[in-house]
Design a protein around this ligand. Sequence first.
Ligand code: ADP
Ligand code: MG
Length: 260
Amino acid sequence: MSPVVKIQDLHKIYESGEVPVHAVRGVSLEIQRGEFIALMGASGSGKSTLMNMLGCLDRPTRGTYELDGINIDDLDRNELADLRNQKLGFVFQGFNLLARTTALENVELPMLYGRHRKVSMEKIRERAMHCLEIVGLANRFDHFPNQLSGGQQQRVAIARGLVNEPQVLLADEPTGNLDSKTSVEVMGVFQKLNDQGITIVMVTHELDIAKYCKRNLILRDGVVVRDELVADRTIAEEEMQRIKAAEAAAKLTHQAKPGA
Ligand code: ADP
Ligand code: MG
């Protein structure tokens, strides 16, 4: 099968400042369907620049990018926006949910644009509800973001990223604002989605989070310096059981103490 992402000798030079910044310097990469990739590297190594190009939010200075067989060079601004809407889902570090809007309405939003304009509100609602079910939050559909924990907000954001049935889910530091237990929970959602066949590319600078993925790419100064399969992946469900057992043990110890 053809790769869902194929980039060749991709470069990005920012010309806006006094001196041009050569942020991505010749990256070539193929991503097959069903992959789960962590993009890693120090701050300033070009991760966000590369993600913005993968996400069709920015165009490369040179090199080619084919998304699901479509060369983005052939597309104008509007066509590129449509392609982004159809093929890609996005998850951000800061969740980016609308505050005065329920979980369900937040998930519906990406369907209100582009090719879904002709779809009935009932169908949109049904699809959004289904995505909330996938992330285990159907029972919170009418909650507002401030009535949800950080992990729950990120799960709503993941549901929103899924609602247009994307080919690839792109996530920039999705666990960056979460504590470690909640991060495990969110990685569990990603692993479940990936098991169902969704391709995921996520940026992280945490090594233990990257171990939940199947493949790790390390960038340095705009170049891929390492590209390797994860040898012994961490499985979120197992990790969660370990955490719960440790919590239960801590409680027992606490209760056993005289006077505690
Ligand atoms: P990372 O996400 O790995 O921290 P970035 O892709 O944000 O790295 O940045 C890579 C390099 O490009 C850095 O030197 C950064 O300062 C520069 N850069 C990023 N965005 C811009 C921009 N819009 N204009 C000019 N320089 C930029
Ligand atoms: Mg960044």
